[in-house]
Design a binder for this molecule. Structure first.
Ligand SMILES: Cc1cc2nc3c(=O)[nH]c(=O)nc-3n(C[C@H](O)[C@H](O)[C@H](O)COP(=O)(O)OP(=O)(O)OC[C@H]3O[C@@H](n4cnc5c(N)ncnc54)[C@H](O)[C@@H]3O)c2cc1C
Ligand code: FES
Length: 258
């Protein structure tokens, strides 16, 4: 639904340094992995994954620039504009699911874990640079069988990357699908590890977006619009993308190295 709705913030939760979850009432139905365009008058209109997918929806925002900083300053009773949900979302097959996320990537993955509704089918691997950047751990524990953590500096869980953990899990257990979201270079390594283990994956990409509805072309990767055909792509689709993991487009549409 691309019509703009004005919603009132009902709760504000600080998840970690510079990361805030905003909840608001929105009865629109969404699939896990879809996103909203969030409008703040006189600031910007930006894409945000749906991090809580009940009628009390949520977005989990990491401060990186003007718009995200403005969102993280909002208080209960403040109002924002919401369009969407947009994009395709995850298509979850029957069987065992391995979820692998880095940073705010967990925001789009947890609704998938919760949507499965059977924690016994889901294992979650969460990675971060350091312990203080780990997000949404308790929610992950409630919606899954096992949660494992990795940090680059070893301050919590295993020292190393989430992709290294995925590799170990795929060597020791059978999964029917891997769902992933995080920085694109991490996702590119994740695809290689899944291909090596012959396990299908669906990965959610973040590209620079202006319209969110397939009109402006700013989110295109190898001729495919991430906002409408994605943001979730299958292994087969990702294997065909030459720009995946190597370059992205900036706000002017110029290709820049990742
Ligand atoms: C489908 C989708 C879902 C997203 N979900 C989330 C989410 O759940 N939580 C969250 O915190 N962020 C999410 N993002 C990223 C978020 O939209 C950007 O961080 C935001 O638009 C930056 O706006 P800004 O004005 O704060 O920063 P800007 O000043 O516009 O940019 C600050 C820095 O962030 C980079 N940046 C801007 N937009 C993007 C982008 N789309 N992808 C990668 N880097 C970008 C810029 O190149 C710049 O280096 C998502 C992006 C997409 C495309
Ligand atoms: S953001 Fe405009 S086409 Fe995707």
């Amino acid at each position: 639904m691309s019509k703009l709705r004005i919603v009132t913030i009902t709760s504000v939760t600080k998840e970690a340094a510079g990361v805030t979850t905003l909840r608001f009432h929105d009865e629109t139905e969404a699939r896990p992995g879809q996103f909203y365009m969030i409008w703040m008058p006189n600031v910007d209109d930006i894409p945000m994954s749906i991090s809580y997918n009940t009628v009390e929806k949520g977005i989990t925002v990491k401060e990186v620039g003007d718009a995200t900083r403005a969102l993280c300053k909002l208080k209960v009773q403040d109002r924002i504009g919401v369009r969407g949900p947009f994009g395709n979302g995850f298509k979850i097959p029957k069987g065992k699911v391995l979820i692998a996320g880095g940073g705010t990537g967990m925001a789009s993955l947890l609704p998938a874990a919760e949507g499965i509704g059977d924690p016994g089918r889901v294992d979650v691997l969460i990675g971060a640079k350091t312990a203080s950047e780990l997000l949404l751990l308790e929610r992950a524990r409630r919606s899954s069988n096992e949660v494992h953590i990795s940090t680059d500096d070893g301050s919590m869980g295993k020292k190393g990357t989430v992709v290294e953990m995925v590799q170990k899990h795929l060597e020791s257990k059978r999964y029917d699908i891997v769902l992933g979201c995080g920085p694109e270079r991490m996702l590119s390594s994740l695809l290689k590890v899944c291909d090596k283990a012959s396990v299908e994956c669906q990965l959610s990409l973040e590209r620079y977006m202006k319209c969110g509805v397939g009109l402006c072309g700013s989110c295109v990767i190898d001729g495919v619009r991430v906002c409408t055909e994605g943001p979730v792509f299958s292994s087969a689709e990702l294997r065909k993308m030459k720009e995946f993991g190597s370059s992205k487009r900036d706000e002017c549409g110029c290709a820049v190295k990742l």
